[in-house]
Write a protein that binds this ligand. Sequence first.
Ligand code: NDP
Ligand SMILES: O=C(O)C1=N[C@H](C(=O)O)C[C@H](O)C1
Length: 275
Amino acid sequence: MTATSSTPRLRIAVAGASGRMGRMLVEAIQNSKDCMLSAALDLPGSPALGTDAAAFLGQNSGALIESDLHSALSKADFLIDFTRPEGTLEHLAVCAELGVKVVIGTTGFSDAQKAQIAAYAQKTAIMLAPNMSVGVNVTLKLLEMAAKALDTGYDIEIVEAHHKHKVDAPSGTAIKMGEVIAEAQGTKLEDRAVYERFGHTGERKENTIGFATVRGGDIVGDHTVLFAGTGERIEITHKSSSRATYAEGSLRAVRFLATQAQGQFDMFDVLNLRA
Ligand SMILES: NC(=O)C1=CN([C@@H]2O[C@H](COP(=O)(O)OP(=O)(O)OC[C@H]3O[C@@H](n4cnc5c(N)ncnc54)[C@H](OP(=O)(O)O)[C@@H]3O)[C@@H](O)[C@H]2O)C=CC1
Ligand SMILES: O=C(O)C1=N[C@H](C(=O)O)C[C@H](O)C1
């Protein structure tokens, strides 16, 4: 969208404003022509409360970090939420009540929590995706194609690596990759996933999809899917070197949600990759 001086900016609140992604989002909003930071949330007790959300950039956004959900969300038309599952659900309850549209980047939701999100999507528009980067979503399409063509005779393993502060495993992206592959092969990930191996495991079971997790240092996010056949193997890899791609993808999601009243969407909808 091309914003002109007469086009009102999209009013966005950021949850977890002092977090790794929160700060990337504040920076992306500050740098955008069509969005404005209208509110910023952090947990009660956070030392950042009362400070300007863009202070870490040496800028003044006008949005002071606060912990009162109603106060913050009543100043916004959109919430971008990269926090923790329980926090996201608390925020969603207020967003559904106030008609605020929500971009959710948080990962690690249980099936019951995902069902709660789907229920809130009947009241407001929600975009939920474990990875907002364009590259990862294109990788998911490549995996769909590879999984169909390599339906038999190839063992599938998904390896992901992230920074030492990440609290959920495997990553939401790795799980999504497994889901896309399983679905492309007419199956369900829950019937095929192997999340742990230790000790005398016995030989690899056919048709399983294995997951391996690496945690260390400041790795932003690497994902490799291995299709291991007899006499050859194919590896499809995506590596993130900056969180800016997640923030830019989130702003694309906001612009997409501006055209929706309610319903649940993902990045395939935002990027027109559904077909
Ligand atoms: N979809 C995507 O593209 C991406 C998704 N993610 C996901 O986003 C989430 C956040 O990642 P990251 O920014 O690295 O994490 P951080 O821990 O750096 O930031 C999380 C922020 O949320 C706050 N927070 C923690 N618990 C709650 C709660 N219960 N309610 C409200 N706020 C809370 C934290 O506050 P405090 O510091 O005070 O605890 C912090 O400000 C993770 O689930 C991660 O997997 C990350 C990158 C990309
Ligand atoms: O926690 C992170 O950092 C990331 N989390 C997301 C995930 O769990 O897939 C996306 C990205 O890999 C970074």
